[in-house]
Design a protein around this ligand. Structure first.
Ligand code: ZN
Length: 214
């Protein structure tokens, strides 16, 4: 959902190219399908699909290791949840920076969200500030910048912005555990459903069960 709104913003303001990375996550087929249909809907023709075997082989996350149970939202405490994929966004950004250098692109959009999120450390503003330093020091021109337009937004605000932009929410996928219908109980489903509820919108995705929202 966040990636889709980010892509809609990028496509509105720039000639955009889109990167998709599969990393052995439980829902990779569904996410790949979402990527292709969102690109089509947004008219993004330049696309790159990459498979990252390292994250899958390393495991250590409920998303990439079948033996680690995906927790329901209410089972999650204050610690970083087991759905955190160790240093994942650095892998994504590294591929994006390499591709941006070759394309001659100057900005990399990523839909990281700090508040209303699962509390992953690679979604913090300080991390992106530091990553931009790495890009400046380690690329040919040093002029590529990672931008995080959603990072300080509440999830409900992201839904409202998406509606305003005509972002194709019907084509997105957020569930951590299922690919046929969204489970409605994992942290990602609950954060998403709460955001649509708060924004006064209806989530177009099919759910196994929708928790009572108060
Ligand atoms: Zn789910």
């Amino acid at each position: 959902m966040d990636s889709c709104v980010c892509a809609a913003l990028a496509a509105r303001d720039h000639e955009a190219a889109a990167l998709h990375i599969s990393y052995g996550q439980r829902t990779e087929e569904r996410e790949r399908h979402s990527f292709e249909s969102i690109c089509k809907r947004l008219g993004i023709r330049e696309q790159l699909v990459v498979r990252n075997e390292a994250l899958h082989l390393i495991g250590g996350s409920a998303l990439t290791d079948e033996t680690i149970h995906v927790p329901e939202s209410h089972e999650i405490g204050c610690d970083i949840p087991v759905t955190y994929v160790p240093f994942r966004n650095a892998h994504f950004l590294s591929v994006a920076v390499s591709w941006a250098e070759v394309l001659g692109a100057s900005r990399i959009y990523i839909g990281a969200v700090e508040q209303d999120s699962s509390g992953y450390p690679d979604c913090r503003p300080a991390y992106y500030k530091a990553f931009n330093e790495v890009i400046r020091a380690g690329t040919k021109e040093g002029s590529i910048e990672v931008v995080t337009p959603l990072i300080a937004m509440r999830k409900a605000e992201i839904v409202r912005l998406g509606v305003e932009l005509g972002a194709p929410f019907d084509l997105t996928w957020s569930c951590y555990s299922r690919q046929d219908r969204a489970c409605g109980v994992c942290d990602s489903c609950v954060l998403r459903l709460r955001a649509f509820h708060e924004a006064g919108s209806v989530d177009p995705l099919p759910y196994v069960s929708v928790p009572e929202m108060v």
